[in-house]
Design a protein around this ligand. Structure first.
Ligand SMILES: [Zn+2]
Length: 461
């Protein structure tokens, strides 16, 4: 990938100069494609839904935002109302196809899923390890439908990126930040262990970063906004297709700002749930609350984004715990979420395979001039990563996103590993419908250091 080195211009006093300079000129292009399943497929996110969805409550979409800075450096952000983007199933394959068609390299593409729990299972594995996807094995028809949906999704994403790049037009970029009240920590200590229940005493990331693209005439073209919260207001009782609160927030904004494409980016919300939750009315309520906050932010003065866009991406070896078979057998008896993982590890050992020591995952950092750094963490990062990365990169405006490029399960910190609980169940690709049996294990506490060091390395390069 070619990098352009031009001096950065400061915003503020020199912004008038920046507007006239090569570095102040952006181009932005947006595109969307519906990904609402047209055939019966099973959904992912809750174990109790054992048959294809009953109804479509809301259309779901994949959307793309193409960016080009004044020096001609391009990048594309893809968001989707899906549970997650997995490297082995979607992002690596789609990125390779896009590279052939558009010359966009891997660092120039960012895939972020909204983590809606009412979205289709995406998998190419003909075995679809169904005992964990759902409590009953998938029928062979259901497996075929899932694989067909996944292949069609790949094709749609390649065309989506192509269409967004083709739509590039002169634009002004600005950004700001607000807050929503509904993300709530779901890690509550009770009887000596961590249970999944609201815990107002524990901190979460309630920030709402927003990137706004406007035409030179001031018309809004695109609104990219983030929230760090499980997009799971609906529950396993809802066997329907929906974008949940993130879908409702996007449709709220697209109604309020006709012509603008609203795109949702997940943050570090692994250990946050919307509170309260459990009904469609609440999903709509949280969506409207988020939409109103984004609208408020973009109607106030925002910080202009000038300068060069640089995109960095690296693979990081995330360490897994080295456990004896006896250790794993002990964990398999625990009255907690970790027991499910331990039982899966025992199944892997029973097939004669060895357990891996690392999981290799992508970390990305996109620098938007001097305005802000977009940190794109993989997996489902817990909220504490926001504090850790802010402390490691002080005085630097940051947008810290999760659920990017490869979703392999939860990304815990050292504290979460030591406490245990649901967000400590490790690499759970098998839950996501992939029979990649070697990709199992609990993260070691040093996973935190590996992630933070990677972000600092990418920020300093
Ligand atoms: Zn999750």
């Amino acid at each position: 990938m070619k990098r352009f080195v031009l001096p950065l211009l400061l915003v503020g006093a020199s912004s008038a100069i920046a507007q006239d300079s090569e570095t102040g000129r952006w181009k932005v292009g947006s595109a969307r494609v519906p990904i609402t399943p047209e055939r019966p497929v099973v959904l992912l996110g809750y174990g109790e839904r054992t048959r294809p969805f009953d109804s479509v409550a809301q259309e779901i979409y994949a959307k793309a935002l193409a960016l080009e800075d004044g020096a001609g450096h391009r990048a594309v952000i893809v968001t989707a109302d899906l549970v997650g983007f997995q490297a082995a199933v979607v992002t690596d394959l789609v990125s390779a196809r896009i590279a052939k068609e558009t010359s966009l390299g891997r660092s120039q593409l960012l895939f972020n899923a909204s983590h809606s729990h009412t979205a289709p299972l995406v998998s190419l594995d003909p075995w679809l390890d169904a005992n964990v996807v759902a409590h009953a094995p998938l029928s062979s028809d259901d497996r075929k439908e899932t694989i067909a949906y996944t292949r069609a999704l790949q094709d749609k994403l390649v065309a989506l990126v192509r269409n967004a790049v083709a739509a590039l037009q002169p634009a002004h970029l600005s950004w700001g930040r607000g807050e929503v009240p509904f993300p709530m920590s779901r890690r509550l200590p009770r009887d000596g262990r961590i249970t999944m229940a609201d815990n107002p005493a524990r901190s979460v990331d309630r920030s709402v970063p927003v990137l706004c693209a406007r035409t030179p005439d001031g018309e809004r073209l695109a609104l990219l906004f983030g929230t760090a919260c499980h997009n799971a207001t609906l529950t396993g009782a809802d066997n329907l297709v929906s974008g949940d609160f993130a879908g409702f927030a996007q449709s709220y904004l697209e109604e309020r700002f006709p012509g603008a494409q609203a795109m949702f980016m997940s943050g570090c919300g692994a250990d946050a749930n919307p509170s309260p939750r459990g009904s469609m009315a609440l999903a709509q309520r949280h969506g409207a609350s988020l939409g109103r906050e984004v609208a408020r932010i973009v109607e106030e003065p925002l910080t202009t984004v000038d300068g060069i866009l640089s995109t960095k991406y690296e693979m990081v070896e995330l360490p897994l715990q080295s456990l004896s078979k006896a250790d794993i057998q002990g964990r398999a008896k625990l009255p907690s979420a970790e027991a499910v993982m331990a039982r899966h590890m025992l199944r892997v050992l029973a097939t004669g395979q060895t357990l891996p020591r690392n999981y290799s995952a992508p970390v990305a950092l996109w620098q938007f001039g001097e305005a802000f750094s977009l940190v794109a963490l993989p997996g489902e990062p817990v909220a504490e990563y926001v504090h850790l990365i802010e402390a490691a990169l002080p005085k630097r405006p940051l947008w810290i996103a999760g659920y990017n490029n490869d979703c392999f399960g939860y990304l815990p910190t050292a504290q979460v590993v030591s406490e245990g609980g649901h967000e400590n169940i490790g690499v759970t690709l098998w839950i996501w419908g992939q029979n990649l049996r070697r990709n199992v294990g609990f993260f070691a506490p040093s996973v935190e250091r590996a992630i933070v060091r990677s972000v600092v390395r990418l920020a300093g390069r």
